[in-house]
Design a protein around this ligand. Structure first.
Ligand SMILES: C[S@@+](CC[C@H](N)C(=O)[O-])C[C@H]1O[C@@H](n2cnc3c(N)ncnc32)[C@H](O)[C@@H]1O
Length: 279
C-alpha cells in the first residue's frame, strides 16, 4: 500500500480525490479499491513533487492549468486492455447480417465509444471489408475514447503480435505490413476508414456532436463506472442511436435492469439492445 495512505486524513483526502475523478471521468474506485487508485497515482505525485493527495486534489480542481494534469490522470487511471477480434461475435453479427439489412441506400454509421488503442473499430473495418460491404454501402466508422494517449496509439496503428493473435493469418497478411520485432502496421487504407477523436462519456455536451448512429459499441467500459451512473449513460447512448439502431456492450456487462425501453436482440451468438423504431 502507498505510504501516503497510512493516516485517516490521507485516506479521507484520497476519497475526496476519488469522488472528483468519478465526477469528471465516471471511473470509480470503491473503498476496497482505494489502494489501487493510490498505486496508479503514486508516480504522478512523485513526478510533481506533491506530498499529499489533498495537494493533488487542489491542483486538479483549482489550478488554471489543470487541463494538462487531467490528461495525465486520465491516462494513469484508465484500463486500456483491448485486442483485435475481442468478443468478435458482435462484430461479425454487424458485418455479416445486421449492417447489410439496415437502411439500404443510406449512410451507415458505427460508433465505437470507448475504443482504446483502436483494435475494436479496426476489427469492425476488417470484418466489413472482408464481407465486401464497403463496395456497395457508404459507411462511417467513428471511434472515441477519454484517454488521449491511447487515441494517439490508435492513430499510429502499429500493433504487437499479442494484439493481433486472434486475427485469421490471411487477414493479417492482407491488411497489415509486418515490421521487425513482431509488430504489425495496419495499412493506411484500412486505418483511414476510422475517424478518431476524444470524447468523454460523462460529458453530456459531447453527445450533441454525434450524428445518429446505426450501431454503437460501448464495450468493457461501464464495468469501471458506478452503477448509479449507468442509466444516464445509457440514456445518452440511446439518444445517439437512430430509430431501430443497436447498442452493444461487453459480454460481462448486462443492461437488462437498466434499459427496459430497449428491445433485446440476438444474432450469431451475440446480444444487443435495439432502440424501438418509434423511439
Ligand atoms: C478496457 S478498454 C475497452 C476497449 C474496447 N472497447 C474493448 O472492449 O476491447 C476501456 C476504455 O474505456 C475508456 N474510458 C474510460 N472512461 C471513459 C470515459 N469517461 N469516456 C470515454 N472513454 C472512457 C478507457 O480510456 C479505455 O480505453
Amino acid at each position: 500500500m502507498s505510504s501516503l495512505l497510512n493516516t485517516p486524513a490521507a485516506r479521507q483526502s484520497l476519497q475526496l480525490l476519488r469522488d472528483l475523478i468519478e465526477e469528471r471521468t465516471g471511473n470509480f474506485f470503491s473503498d476496497p479499491n482505494l489502494p489501487l487508485l493510490a498505486l496508479k497515482l503514486e508516480n504522478r505525485l512523485a513526478e510533481l513533487g506533491l506530498l499529499t493527495y489533498l495537494d493533488y486534489y487542489y491542483l486538479l480542481r483549482y489550478d488554471p492549468h489543470s487541463d494538462e494534469e487531467w490528461r495525465q490522470l486520465e491516462t494513469a487511471i484508465t484500463v486500456n486492455e483491448t485486442y483485435f477480434w475481442r468478443e468478435s461475435e458482435a462484430i461479425q453479427a454487424v458485418a455479416q447480417k445486421l449492417a447489410p439489412e439496415r437502411r439500404p441506400g443510406q449512410t451507415l454509421r458505427i460508433w465505437h465509444a470507448a475504443c482504446a488503442s483502436g483494435e475494436e473499430p479496426y476489427s469492425m473495418v476488417l470484418a466489413l471489408l472482408e464481407a465486401g460491404l464497403f463496395a456497395w454501402r457508404d459507411i462511417e466508422v467513428m471511434a472515441t475514447d477519454l484517454d488521449r494517449r491511447v487515441l494517439e496509439a490508435a492513430r499510429q496503428a502499429i500493433y504487437r503480435q499479442r494484439s493481433v493473435r486472434l486475427l485469421p493469418r490471411n487477414w493479417l497478411e492482407r491488411h497489415f505490413e509486418e515490421l521487425p520485432q513482431e509488430r504489425w502496421a495496419l495499412r493506411p487504407a484500412v486505418a483511414g476508414r476510422v475517424s478518431l477523436r476524444r470524447l468523454n462519456l460523462v460529458e453530456e455536451a459531447e453527445f450533441a456532436r454525434m450524428p445518429k448512429c446505426d450501431f454503437i459499441f460501448c464495450r468493457n467500459v461501464m464495468l469501471y463506472f458506478k452503477e448509479e451512473r449507468i442509466p444516464r449513460l445509457i440514456e445518452r447512448l440511446v439518444s445517439a442511436l437512430a430509430p431501430g439502431g443497436c447498442l452493444f456492450v461487453g459480454t460481462s456487462e448486462s443492461l437488462l435492469r437498466f434499459a427496459p425501453a430497449l428491445e433485446f436482440g440476438e444474432c450469431g451468438g451475440s446480444v444487443f439492445y435495439r432502440k424501438p423504431d418509434h423511439g
